[in-house]
Design a binder for this molecule. Sequence first.
Ligand SMILES: [Zn+2]
Ligand SMILES: [Zn+2]
Ligand SMILES: [Zn+2]
Length: 259
Amino acid sequence: MQIMILGCGTSTGVPVPACICSVCRSGKEKNIRTRTSALISAENGTQILIDTSSDFRQQALRRAIQRIDAVLYTHYHADHILGLEDLRGYNFAQQGPIPAYGTQNTISEIRRCFNYVFEPNPNYDGGGVPQIETHLIDDTTPFEVKGFLVRPFQLQHGLTVVTGYRIGEMAYATDCKILPEATYETLTGVRVLVLDGLRYEPHKAHLTIPEACAVAQRISAERTFLTHMTHSIDYDDVSAKLPAGVELAYDGLVVDFKY
Ligand SMILES: [Zn+2]
Ligand SMILES: [Zn+2]
Ligand SMILES: [Zn+2]
């Protein structure tokens, strides 16, 4: 299987509108970060999207994504869900609803935020709304998506519990500050890890780069890719400082892994 990083930027994206810092003005491709999301592709053509970021439409067009078989939601923060509306193209192309998985808390917040999608108003006469089939998951119990076993795990992100997902030898752990012990157990044997690594300055809800490196060392995947980065991270400068086995993600990065 394969994971493509569709976006590795924090909630503002990078460049940040109106910012004149050196990273925002660098023009370097690896310093341009759309909002955090990823696409998992299987050999049989199945494609599973992680989150519908605010930049989903742009990501879908840029990477020529031809189908979405399911969406796994990590949590309900705006940067991870606001592209939900743009799943409509896939409803048209695939002629059916798209299943979306998340915890009770995540799904109920998505349903509240996209009230017009899930509680249709008979007097609404805009265009069609996305067709999404929500599925509640228990974030400690493995479940199946289109024939693939998905092992969810919990991540503490400030006061929010975020869902991480392990598929085969790959695990995706965005938006976190603390990994509970049970999560370390679920991550045993992972060879490709995508992990939150916001910036160097401390943050109450996100791992800093040094904190992420310590977590990466403990999990000891062969390759750990940091994601959800701010505009304080220059790709080349920070990449040169990272320990062996830890790399910065970038938009469009593709990594193979075994199921
Ligand atoms: Zn986020
Ligand atoms: Zn900036
Ligand atoms: Zn978040």
